[in-house]
Write a protein that binds this ligand. Structure first.
Ligand code: ADP
Ligand code: MG
Length: 478
């Protein structure tokens, strides 16, 4: 007849109590429950991962001796760890710890369970690790469609894209560590960050990649404090080969989390693990961040994403349609791309609205339909007129091509069209004279100033010209 688990454990406790401080005994041994005894294996339940590690680190020899004393040379101890209640399964996770060995031997990789909350969003519960493990298996949280293949390249993103690509070919080994990608909202930071992660997984399937939003990171840290297992939290993050952390600006003012992130960052960086960070501002403009953290961000490369130019916007829309196997008249695409020029997410939103409208009402996708939709859309998102857009309208009006308006030609009609584009750019955008010049055929600010004066003079003196200007103004504001 085998002995009873509780009895055996009580006997063990008597020995342990005599060998350690009472306070330690109360802290580390009283909360333990004996669960079962089978084939000389005693299973005890411990309240957390941290608890288990502590026991293993400080009391392993004592435990080994007492177990042998009670159960003989074959006696072994097994831990059952109570995990965070947000885990899918309520079964405690068991680890076999042979008391005859020094340490827990090879454990299987522990997957991080993912549960889908009511909003359909993915949540990783508080991460954990098993000490002694060299590798962990995590759900990378990468979205397949945010790949490099689907990321359209343009002047607006060339540096960030190529740096991201270089990083994914050689994570942790380039000087782009950390790689910090920053831009206004809706310009592709999250997409590019995922693309890097996906590409690393393709190139190095054995590498552990984790994409995490800063909010998620903060939430996990708070949970770890509540559950008293900050160590597990930190260890977990220190084992990631490529850590992608999105929207770091949300760490502003969160001193404790910044502190813990600082330590994780240092560990990863020292061990040549790759860190990819995104932010809505360049590092110097991030408020509420510890200077030592900000200075770390400057170690690598900070690359920005700009609003895409007209051609890139068209290419993004085309890629979307192509992937979805949908066709749309070119004039509709162009209209969309003219009208929405600051935010790719809104551009895609408008495209989807048009598709939805046309399929709901069983109407063909026409320019008319697009205009109706876009006007509603753009009004609600306060459209900004860009220099590109103005040039396009002016070119359309005079029936000349964009290349020619920006060329060096001194033909009268072309010069006039160019001057008009500059004039309207000054009137409708916040761009400086120098920027306008740069966009209109690489001219300097004095040329732009001259153009504005010339147009104003002509408005006062030339009736036909005034009509052009009024017409164009209407079209630009359409
Ligand atoms: P951010 O994180 O900067 O707010 P996102 O990465 O969420 O922006 O991008 C918004 C949308 O625009 C996403 O659907 C994304 O796929 C798309 N997008 C952004 N940049 C590109 C690009 N260069 N090529 C194709 N799609 C893009
Ligand atoms: Mg984002």
């Amino acid at each position: 007849m085998e002995k009873n688990a509780i009895e055996v454990w009580e006997n063990c406790l008597k020995i342990i109590k005599d060998n350690i401080h009472y306070q330690s005994f109360k802290t580390w041994f009283v909360p333990i429950q004996a669960l079962k005894l089978e084939n000389s294996v005693l299973t005890i339940q411990v309240p957390s991962q941290f608890f288990y590690e502590w026991l293993e680190e400080h009391y392993i020899n004592l435990l080994k001796k007492t177990i042998r004393k009670e159960l003989g040379q074959d006696g072994r101890l097994e831990y059952s760890i109570i995990m965070d209640s947000s885990f899918q399964s309520n079964d405690p996770y068991s680890i076999k710890v042979p008391t005859s060995n020094k340490r827990a031997t090879k454990n299987p990789a522990v997957p991080m369970p993912i549960d889908i909350n009511k909003n359909g969003a993915k949540e990783i519960p508080n991460p954990f690790i098993i000490p002694g493990l060299k590798k962990i298996k995590v759900n990378s949280q990468l979205v397949d469609s945010y790949s490099f293949d689907n990321f359209v390249e343009g002047d607006c993103n060339r540096l960030a894209r190529s740096a991201g690509f270089a990083v994914s070919e050689n994570p942790g080994k380039t000087s782009f560590n950390p790689l910090l990608i920053y831009s206004d909202v809706g310009l592709g930071k999250t997409h590019l960050a995922h693309a890097i992660g996906i590409q690393v997984k393709t190139n190095f399937p054995e590498k552990t990649v984790l994409y995490v939003s800063t909010e998620q990171f903060i939430g996990q840290y708070i949970d770890s404090v509540r559950n008293n297992n900050q160590n597990d939290f930190v260890h977990f993050y220190q084992m990631i080969d490529v850590l992608i952390i999105d929207d770091i600006q949300f760490l502003a003012g969160k001193e404790k989390t910044q502190d813990v992130f600082f330590h994780i960052f240092n560990h990863l960086h020292q061990n040549s693990h790759q860190i990819v960070i995104t932010s809505d501002k360049p590092p110097i403009e991030l408020k509420g961040m510890e200077p030592r953290l900000l200075s770390r961000f400057k170690w690598g490369l900070a690359a920005d994403l700009q609003a895409p130019d007209f051609e890139t916007r068209i290419a993004i829309l085309q890629k979307r349609l192509y992937n979805d196997g949908i066709e749309m008249p070119q004039e509709v695409l162009e209209y969309l791309a003219y009208s929405i020029n600051t935010n790719i997410r809104e551009l895609e939103g408008a495209l989807i609205s048009i598709l939805a409208q046309s399929s709901l009402n069983k109407k063909a996708i026409t320019l008319e339909l697009a205009k109706q939709m876009i006007d509603k859309f753009v009004k609600s998102t306060s459209r900004e007129i860009s220099i590109d857009y103005i040039q396009k309208v002016v070119c359309d009006y005079f029936n000349i091509s964009l290349d020619i308006i920006n060329s060096k030609t001194r033909k009268r009609e072309i010069v006039q069209a160019r001057q008009l584009a500059m004039f309207f750019a000054k009137k409708h955008t916040k761009a400086s004279l120098a920027t306008i010049g740069l966009h209109c055929g690489n001219k300097d600010h004095a040329t732009v100033l001259h153009a504005c004066r010339t147009v104003n003079n002509l408005i006062d003196t030339d009736k036909q010209f005034r009509i052009y200007v009024e017409d164009l103004d209407k079209k630009i504001k359409m």
